[in-house]
Design a protein around this ligand. Structure first.
Ligand code: TR5
Length: 145
């Protein structure tokens, strides 16, 4: 990804989630890199809270709750979003959710937490590398906006 692309991406991350999602371009191919590739490769710093050979969990740059962590697969394998999930992804999808549970425990979210997976423009997705949002540390509302 070119530098100007990264900067505009960062600026979008600072805007509202909805604005960022509407400005985001779904990838032209399943191989189009995203900002998360650079975070995985440690080319861009992030606050990592959990890492193993398959997944990475790091703090969201624009937290929507006292605890806001993103859990992502290190290899995207076509999973730009949940809507692209196929049978070969069953294991990594389970791993993402299980990691969310582990990290919730690690963060002391014993009274509850929320998991969010945004998909596509109407689902407010702004980064096309599947990710699970783990939100906690405050009372959540229902329905979500
Ligand atoms: O909108 P969706 O569901 O696609 O979630 C993408 C999330 O990535 C948003 O909550 C953003 O705040 C978050 N984000 C975006 C960037 C970023 C990040 N979290 C940590 N570090 C980040 N860097 C360094 N750069 C971003 N552009």
């Amino acid at each position: 990804m070119k530098e100007h692309g990264i900067i505009s991406h960062l600026v979008r991350a600072m805007a509202s989630e909805k604005d960022a999602a509407l400005a985001a371009t779904p990838p032209s191919s399943e191989y189009t890199p995203t900002i998360f590739d650079r975070i995985i490769n440690k080319e861009i710093p992030s606050t990592v809270v959990y890492e193993d050979d398959k997944v990475l969990a790091f703090r969201d740059i624009a937290p929507q709750a006292p605890v806001h962590i993103l859990i992502i697969p290190k290899v995207r394998d076509g999973l730009t979003g949940l809507s692209k999930a196929e049978e070969r992804h069953f294991e990594i999808l389970g791993r993402l959710l299980h990691t969310a549970k582990l990290v919730a425990k690690q963060e002391g979210l014993d009274d509850g937490f929320r998991i969010v997976i945004n998909d596509g423009p109407k689902g407010c997705q702004s980064v096309y590398h599947i990710h699970v949002h783990l939100l906690g540390g405050r009372q959540m509302d229902w329905p979500p906006g």
